[in-house]
Design a protein around this ligand. Sequence first.
Ligand code: HEM
Length: 415
Amino acid sequence: MTTQQRCPVDHGYQPFDMTDPFPSYAALRAEEPVMYDERIDYWVVTRYDDIKQVFDDWETFSSENAQAPVRERGVQAKKIMEEGGFTAYSGLSARIPPDHTRIRAIVQRAFTPRRYKALEPTIRENVVRLTEAMIGGEQPGDALASIAYHVPTITILTLIGADLDMVDTYKRWSDSRAAMTWGDLTDEEQIPHAHNLVEYWQECQRLVAEAHETNPDSLVGDLVRAQSEGAEITDHEIASVCYSLLFAGHETTTTLIANSLRVLLSHPEAWQALAEDPSLIPGAIDEILRYSPSIVAWRRKALVDAQIGGVDIPKGANILLVMGSANRDESRFEDPDSFQISRPNAREHLAFGYGIHYCLGNMLAKLQTKVALEEIGRIAPDLALAPGAEIDFADNLSFRVPLSVPVTWKERVDA
Ligand code: HEM
């Protein structure tokens, strides 16, 4: 194939339908592993080796389209955003070298394990408090709404130095960001989200201005101090980093904690094994990331005429790397559709991407999920998926987000 062609068969792939995309990924890997999909104007890449090669070759395949709206913004949404002074740009993921290299080095210095290790006791307290509240309530409970929604959001607000009373507000803004960038919204549907993005960006700018005044002991404080000590980063770039982290820092981890419970409870023998031996939890988390990643697809752009898996890709083409498919590629993972908490090479998953943009928050995400599984397994080892539970997933090109995790438990009798 040398030019963009209309795809004759779509192999069952529906770009925005996240219900159960895995059979269509398998069909694509087998039948057309590099497929041009005119519905979204993306080349859809589904084999592990091809995806890793594209991630690795940032000089040929740039991430500059990683945060571009998949559906063009409507006239009214554009007007609302322009009038609201919305000029946010990706903090890191859609930046390219040399800007990406410069900003990443500065953020990485502020984003130290020391900062988030210090958060571990707070994470634990939050999980315990929320789990006890859930099992003290009505059955069935929703582990997503009761636990997974809050824990990473409180963590990232604490780390950044944002207002802890704003959990629901940041969740609303983040939902808007996910829908406006990776969703399939009509012009009319975009309007409330456009207002939310304006508010969100104004708050990020306010955080930076405030940090200049108050010199807080937080990540924004660290970035502002670095700037005053000569680091080459502007206020707009710091606000953009906040705009990224205040989304990336909880959205995907809420999903990871929810998916951990959803997948483990649908494999009760695995849940039981972790409750009995928590040292198995870190390996299990990698298997969850492989089996059911929070982000199933991420984007790149070809800067020159190139080839992927022997297929010619024209300069300027948009590329969708389907990590949800790479993680189930039979050439890399034996019996890929089975869930095995002790799978020896689970860590080779591509759920956090690969190469120069490799997820900056991967250790924080894993730490929070580990603490959540340790504490929930200790407090409620008899947790089970509610009988007949049907879990829906929001429509999206990249984020595979369960909408609930309905659970039951044995009633506690107070001693
Ligand atoms: C389960 C949780 C998470 C998943 C699945 C995830 C996934 C990803 C993916 C796929 C990328 C793009 C990588 C690439 O282009 O090669 C990424 C980048 C990034 N992630 Fe995460 N992430 C998670 C949690 C977090 C957290 C907790 C934070 C921050 C506190 C974070 C911050 C970032 C940042 C800043 C980038 C951009 C890095 C760069 O471009 O240099 N992520 N993440």
